[in-house]
Structures are given as structure tokens and as C-alpha cells.
Design a protein around this ligand. Structure first.
Ligand SMILES: NC(=O)c1ccc[n+]([C@@H]2O[C@H](COP(=O)([O-])OP(=O)(O)OC[C@H]3O[C@@H](n4cnc5c(N)ncnc54)[C@H](OP(=O)(O)O)[C@@H]3O)[C@@H](O)[C@H]2O)c1
Length: 267
């Protein structure tokens, strides 16, 4: 299965909250779920998947390797732990979560270990997250551009990442936008609000439709069933050229996430 355009995120969601969120999402028709080892919720995501009864081959499950598991002798065992928690025998996509330039493991080592995980059938596809252009180039040198399914990056109307996006698209690497809603911040934007009124849509639908229109995959999260339901309807919203131009003008390098020691020098 190719990378789905629309999935549900699970960052920050724990225990009952994540179980309910994933259950609601699956009931509403979501089929892609984004988790990560560091979210400490893979077991609950797995529990919700099993309880849903949705056939495994309809689902697209992504996890991400945490930075303390990048060494060649740790990455594959950690992914096997993730599979056990998720109650599946392979994930659809495994990402390197952050480049973590100071964690003592070279990019060559962890990208080779990730490719080996794919060769062993533990993951259908592999990719990266939070990589800048230079690091994506290095990853391409190790595994080849065809092997990198996506670079999952923070991308919202306030942080459009145009240089990195242009590079990824030139390489045929799919862009996944995380925090497309800037964790709710862009929903208060007056321009987004005007466009939403014009289309009788919600602000979240406008922002998600904007990202989809640009060809990005999105993985918005929500603890509320009604938000999960209405977000999914963004797939039916068609923005016009004027809307797209107005949203493009909202760029303000508004980065929300840049952890010391993990983040690269951003483009
Ligand atoms: N690769 C990485 O390093 C990385 C980093 C961050 C995130 N991610 C992934 O990306 C996913 C999305 O990012 P995110 O969860 O941080 O932020 P987000 O999707 O931009 O925003 C989620 C927030 O928006 C609210 N929201 C969602 N739909 C809404 C709606 N229709 N109306 C009003 N509010 C709405 C949610 O509140 P309610 O719960 O109240 O609806 C929640 O507070 C994560 O869950 C995670 O899977 C990856």
C-alpha cells in the first residue's frame, strides 16, 4: 500500500485516551495510524486495533525508532518490541524519528540497520523524520531515494518549509506534514477563518485541505470524535487558487518543535 494521504496521529495521547481516539478513528474510516516508540502508547494502539476488528491488510501502521535505539545491534530488536506491542508481525512504515546528530551513531549505521529491518520483513517501507536537505541527501546515499517512502516534517501554514519540500519532491520522496494544525494555533487565524466561512467548512478542514492539495500526507490528532470525523471530511473540500495564495502568504517560520540535541540545522 502506498503512503495514505490521511491518517491519525497519536502523539501525547496515553492510556484510555489513545485507545478511544484510535477506536473512534477506525470506526469513522481512518485506516492509517501514526505512533512512535517514544509516545509510549504502541501497546494501547495495538489494543485498539485488535478490538476494532479491522482486517490488518486494510491498515497502514507507522512507528518511529527512538534515538537510543539507532545502534546496529539495537534498532531491529527495538522494532521487534514495537511489533509485539502493536500485535502485528510487520509495520507498514518505520521512520528514524530525529537525526540526533550527537547520539554517537552514524547516519550510515542507522540507515543501514533500518534497511536491514525492511529486508527482514519487519517493515514494508522505511523513511525518515525531521531530516533537513543535507541529511536527506546522506540517507539517499545509503539506501537510495526509492527506498525512502517519506520525510515526516513539521509543516503548517505558519511553517511551509518550501526549500525542503522542493528538494523532497525533486527526489520523489513524499512529504508527510505533522502538526499541520500547528497544534491548534492556525485554527485561530483570521484568514483561515474567512476561507472556512466562504466554504462553510471548519478552519481545520481548510488547513488540512490546503496540505492535501499540495500533495502532502497529513496525520492530525484529536481526542474528540467529532473533530476526528470533521477532519476526515477535509478530503472533500476543494480550495480555489485564491485560497491557496492567501494561505501561502501566512508563512512566518512558525516552528513549534525543535528539541536540542535531536534537531538538525533547519533549512
Ligand atoms: N515526527 C515527529 O517528530 C512528530 C512530531 C509531532 C507530531 N507528530 C505526529 O503528528 C501528529 C499530529 O501532530 P499533533 O498531534 O502534535 O498536532 P496537530 O494535529 O497539529 O494538532 C492537534 C491538536 O489540534 C486539536 N484539533 C484537532 N482537530 C481539531 C478540530 N477539528 N478543531 C479544533 N481543534 C482540533 C486537537 O485537540 P482535540 O484533541 O481537542 O481535538 C489537538 O490539540 C501527532 O499526533 C504525531 O502522530 C510527529
Amino acid at each position: 500500500m502506498n503512503l495514505p494521504d490521511f491518517g491519525v496521529g497519536t502523539f501525547r495521547l496515553q492510556g484510555r485516551t489513545v485507545i478511544d481516539s484510535v477506536r473512534n478513528a477506525l470506526e469513522l474510516g481512518y485506516r492509517a495510524i501514526d505512533t512512535a516508540q517514544i509516545y509510549a502508547n504502541e501497546a494501547e494502539v495495538g489494543q485498539a486495533i485488535v478490538a476494532s476488528g479491522v482486517p490488518r491488510d486494510e491498515l497502514f501502521i507507522t512507528t518511529k525508532i527512538w534515538v537510543d535505539k539507532y545502534a546496529q545491534n539495537k534498532l531491529i530488536p527495538s522494532l521487534k518490541d514495537s511489533l509485539a506491542k502493536l500485535h502485528i508481525d510487520r509495520v507498514d512504515l518505520t521512520l528514524i524519528h530525529w537525526p540526533a546528530p550527537c547520539n554517537g551513531v552514524s547516519l550510515e549505521e542507522y540507515m543501514a540497520a533500518l534497511a536491514e529491518a525492511k529486508a527482514q520483513g519487519l517493515t514494508r517501507q522505511i523513511g525518515v523524520s525531521n531530516f533537513n536537505i543535507a541529511l536527506t541527501r546522506q540517507a539517499i546515499e545509503v539506501v537510495g531515494k526509492e527506498a525512502i517512502a517519506t520525510n515526516q516534517i513539521e509543516l503548517s501554514p505558519y511553517l511551509q518549509n518550501s526549500n525542503l519540500v522542493e528538494f523532497l519532491q525533486s527526489q520523489g520522496i513524499r512529504v508527510t506534514s505533522y502538526m499541520t494544525l500547528a497544534y491548534g494555533k492556525v485554527l485561530k487565524d483570521p484568514v483561515i477563518g474567512e476561507i472556512a466561512r466562504k466554504h462553510q467548512a471548519t478552519s481545520a478542514q481548510v488547513v488540512l485541505a490546503w496540505a492535501l492539495c499540495l500533495g502532502y500526507a497529513v496525520i492530525p490528532s484529536s481526542t474528540k470524535r467529532e473533530n476526528l470525523a470533521s477532519n476526515l471530511l477535509a478530503r472533500n473540500l476543494r480550495l480555489d487558487n485564491e485560497d491557496m495564495v492567501r494561505i501561502a502568504a501566512l508563512e512566518r517560520n512558525g516552528r513549534e518543535v525543535s528539541p536540542d540535541g535531536l534537531a538538525p540545522a533547519w533549512d
